[in-house]
Design a binder for this molecule. Structure first.
Ligand code: URA
Length: 433
């Protein structure tokens, strides 16, 4: 087999065989196929696409390039969830205890934040003592005993995807739906879950800016999951503005606590209950979505959900006093109120720019090597649809940095203020089964 023939075939719109896909992925991972040929093939895929069979084969080739986690010692249907990434997205912190509280095992592998999006592992590390590295034995024991555990992703999961993702990043081939779908699904499949709920974000803070593109990505990921015998559901959710009112690490933990106590914002609570309900149905605890939603909502209001979060923190070595007294979580030295420059309705908020502003305040990383400040972040005092007067506070920046003028300008400019009243209450666009 020759790489040049494979590139030629894809360039002409042909369908690559499983053997050809395996040849490419194995050859590129071990270094016998150079970057320039792989780049060329990626660009051909970008323009010509892939069939669902090719996308599933590519996913499997990524899975087979590294370790695969064996969760067979965990009883029951193991469910996982994945978000395509957003700003203020603290859904995992809410759904893990919620789904575990109805007896469905949640074996969660999560990542760290990069760029404008946050990561669940960084958020949990805000809590003193919380261990995000567990041995496989501890992980399995915790899921069997308490129905939940969360760890950072292992270094040797899908190395082929890691290498190709780095190349896509510098060859303008990230935004190809089959490449994104196979990249995300390979990590979920290698992590060993039986059932996967995908939270596909759409809007200014997400990878997918249009609903049609988000639906297409969701469809492809669900098809991959099903063809590889994983029960998979995708929910397309709004990311046209940050989710909830808090962006950052300590302040997102505080907001997740509020949701689990039944005092959360409508958007955050609705998205969390929707994702959790699909997980609970796939995990076999309920026959249908509606009964799962009703029960999980009751669990929140009964106080059981917040107790389960405390348990999660305790079993992973963290100090659960922080849940009772969230003010003990790290607090920044400076709190800068950003003011509206004119009167009017907030017509939209550029979520990506809020994410970048939070990163500049210290809450995120520009590069993988950066350290983060858990106390830094943004409180969204006003959201889309709200009416503001000139000089009203629209958001508050929390930081330990003396000079944050760039972040302040970015946050202010993320808010668009107009004269027309808008109604904003759409959080879920589509569920793809
Ligand atoms: N996240 C991934 O893991 N892979 C992509 O290609 C895009 C987002």
């Amino acid at each position: 087999m020759r790489m040049v023939d494979i590139i030629q075939k894809k360039k002409a719109g042909g369908e690559l065989s499983k053997d050809e896909i395996d040849f490419v992925i194995q050859g590129y991972t071990k270094g016998s196929i150079p970057d320039y040929q792989m780049s060329s093939l990626l660009m051909a895929i970008y323009f010509k696409g892939m069939s669902s069979r090719e996308t599933a084969d590519l996913t499997l080739a990524f899975v087979n390039s590294g370790d695969q986690i064996n969760l067979s010692q965990i009883e029951g249907i193991k469910v996982d969830k994945h978000s395509t990434g957003g700003v203020g997205d603290k859904i995992s912190l809410i759904v893990i205890p919620l789904v575990a509280s109805v007896g469905v095992p949640v074996a969660k592998m999560s990542g760290r934040g990069l760029g404008h999006t946050g990561g669940t592992i960084d958020k949990l590390e805000t809590i003193e003592g919380f261990k995000t590295e567990l041995t496989m034995e501890e992980f399995i024991t915790n899921v069997n005993t308490y129905k939940m555990a969360i760890v950072g992703q292992s270094a040797n999961l899908t190395p082929a995807d890691k290498k190709i993702y780095a190349l896509r990043d510098v060859t303008a081939t990230v935004d190809s739906i089959p490449l994104i779908a196979s990249s995300i699904m390979s990590k979920k499949i290698a992590s060993g879950a039986d059932a996967i709920v995908l939270d596909v974000k759409v809007g200014s803070g997400a990878f997918m800016k249009s609903i049609d593109k988000a639906k297409e990505l969701a469809r492809q990921m669900v098809d991959i999951g099903k063809s590889l015998n994983r029960k998979t559901v995708a929910v397309v959710t709004d990311m046209s503005q940050p989710l909830g009112y808090e962006v950052g690490n300590a302040n997102e933990i505080r907001e997740a606590i509020e949701v689990l106590k039944g005092k959360g914002s409508e958007d955050e609570t609705t998205v969390a209950l929707t994702i959790a309900s699909h997980m609970a149905v796939l995990g076999g605890a309920f026959d249908d979505f509606e009964s799962a939603y009703k029960k999980l909502k009751n669990i929140i209001y009964s106080g059981k959900a917040i107790e389960k979060l405390k348990e999660l923190i305790r079993i992973q070595g963290g100090n659960s006093d922080y849940i009772d007294i969230p003010s003990k979580l790290p607090q920044a030295k400076y709190h800068i109120e950003v003011k509206a420059l004119k009167e009017g309705y907030i017509t939209s908020i550029n979520a990506e720019n809020i994410g970048i502003s939070a990163m500049l305040l210290g809450a995120g990383r520009k590069t993988k090597e950066d350290t983060i400040d858990h106390a830094a972040g943004i409180t969204m005092v006003k959201k889309a649809g709200d009416l503001v007067k000139e000089n009203d506070t629209i958001c508050i920046l929390h930081t330990n940095l003396k000079d944050c003028s760039e972040a302040e300008t970015m946050a202010r400019n993320a808010y668009n203020i107009g004269s027309e009243e808008i109604k904003f209450n759409k959080y879920i666009y589509e569920v793809i089964l």
